[in-house]
Write a protein that binds this ligand. Structure first.
Ligand SMILES: C[S@@+](CC[C@H](N)C(=O)[O-])C[C@H]1O[C@@H](n2cnc3c(N)ncnc32)[C@H](O)[C@@H]1O
Length: 363
């Protein structure tokens, strides 16, 4: 039995069942035994593979996106180029290499990585060797001023809460002790406050992500005041609806989310509509969501793949074609993954994203 499972059992034993948000925060971020604290989970030999690890094209296009946004902002200097949850640092390394074509951008932008995992900070340091980069535990620590922020598969790791509809109302789904040992899901005995008005049928599950909402609210206020944009790429439905999306992934396959906390990645779908409403309430504009495939196509991924293929051997060309299909194909990452941005309203349309429509998200 893992140390972390014992620790969580002890917490529940003394305090009673805990919210899924607290469980996720412990499983992923426990300071000693947390999933991200102890390992680099990325890549073929790890648990899952992300877009920047599939191809250099992903980070390169995001780097050029950042340059175009900086240009539309009026080329502010200084400007903060920020990444949340940078994994192995691959996305930022590819983005900076591509953005290096515009030396004024490089000169104006300081690079800030927001990362809690010591194991992944070490990987990032190696990937970005020779670059002037600062690390932060929280985005609030990034120095003030205009900002362009990138985040790939970051929001899906933030802790969620779930509520299950019963005849009596919405009850929070909790993690408690199972009757045969280990952990088990259960329901809070009393309906949750504040959800009485939400429609639903018995058995429906709704999810909220208070951490993502607080993050987006803070970013929206900052972007409105100081200028800039934040781009999130993550997986989630185009329109919010009920459903349990909590999942555990280990060695490229699904696992039981409660079986071995700290040994499997835990994620939930991102509810973009809820985040767009939060951004609009702070006066920021929401752009998208749009499928990752359509977004990358609009940024020119096909032309980039063709340029990288030119004059190369057959195996390299086949690898590039396969990476292109994985990143953009509707049956691969092209539709489930979405690009979504929030920005200062004066910025206007953003590259690759449908024009912002704050009114559609008010409520
Ligand atoms: C699924 S990985 C994605 C990595 C990278 N963006 C990529 O696409 O390969 C999630 C990243 O977010 C980091 N992370 C998770 N929770 C975090 C938090 N609360 N604050 C900062 N970083 C966090 C993880 O350590 C990891 O770097």
């Amino acid at each position: 039995v893992s140390q972390l499972l014992r620790e969580i059992e002890a917490i529940i034993g003394s305090e009673g069942p805990i919210g899924i948000d607290r469980y996720m925060a412990l499983a992923l971020g426990h300071p000693v035994h947390g999933y991200y604290t102890t390992r680099d989970p990325l890549g073929a030999a790890g648990d899952f593979t992300t877009a920047p690890e599939i191809s250099q094209m992903f980070g390169e296009l995001l780097g050029l996106w950042a340059v175009a946004v900086w240009d539309a902002m009026g080329r502010p200097s200084p400007c903060r180029l920020v990444e949340l949850g940078p994994g192995r640092g691959t996305l930022m390394a590819d983005a900076l290499r591509a953005a290096g074509r515009v030396p004024e951008f490089e000169a104006a932008c300081s690079v800030h990585l927001v990362e809690t995992s010591p194991a992944l900070r070490a990987r990032q340091r190696a990937a970005l060797e020779g670059r002037d980069v600062s690390w932060h535990a929280d985005v609030e620590e990034v120095p003030e001023g205009p900002m362009i922020l990138l985040a790939n598969e970051f929001l899906d790791a933030l802790p969620i809460r779930q509520f299950v509809r019963t005849e009596a109302g919405w009850h929070e789904r909790l993690v408690g002790l199972g009757s045969e040992g280990g952990l088990a899901f259960g329901l809070a005995p009393h309906p949750a406050a504040g959800l009485d008005g939400a429609a639903g049928r018995p058995g429906d599950i709704i999810e909220t992500c208070p951490a993502a909402q607080a993050l987006v609210a803070g970013l929206a206020r900052r972007l409105v005041a100081a200028g800039g944009a934040a781009l999130f790429i993550d997986y989630g439905p185009a329109t919010d609806g009920p459903g349990d999306s909590l999942q555990a992934v280990r060695r490229h396959g699904f696992a039981d989310p409660l079986a071995e906390p700290g040994q499997a990645d835990l994620t939930a779908h991102v509810r973009f509509g809820a985040l767009a409403r939060v951004a609009a309430r702070s006066g920021a504009t929401a752009h998208g969501p749009i499928g990752q495939g359509a977004f990358l196509e609009a940024l020119g991924i096909r032309a980039r793949a063709a340029a990288l293929s030119r004059g190369r051997d057959e195996a390299t060309q086949a690898a590039l074609a396969s990476a292109l299909a994985r990143l953009t194909g509707p049956e691969a990452m092209g539709e489930l993954f979405k690009a979504f941005a929030i920005a200062a309203p004066k910025l206007g349309p953003l590259p690759g994203l449908p024009a912002g429509d704050a009114e559609a998200h008010r409520g």
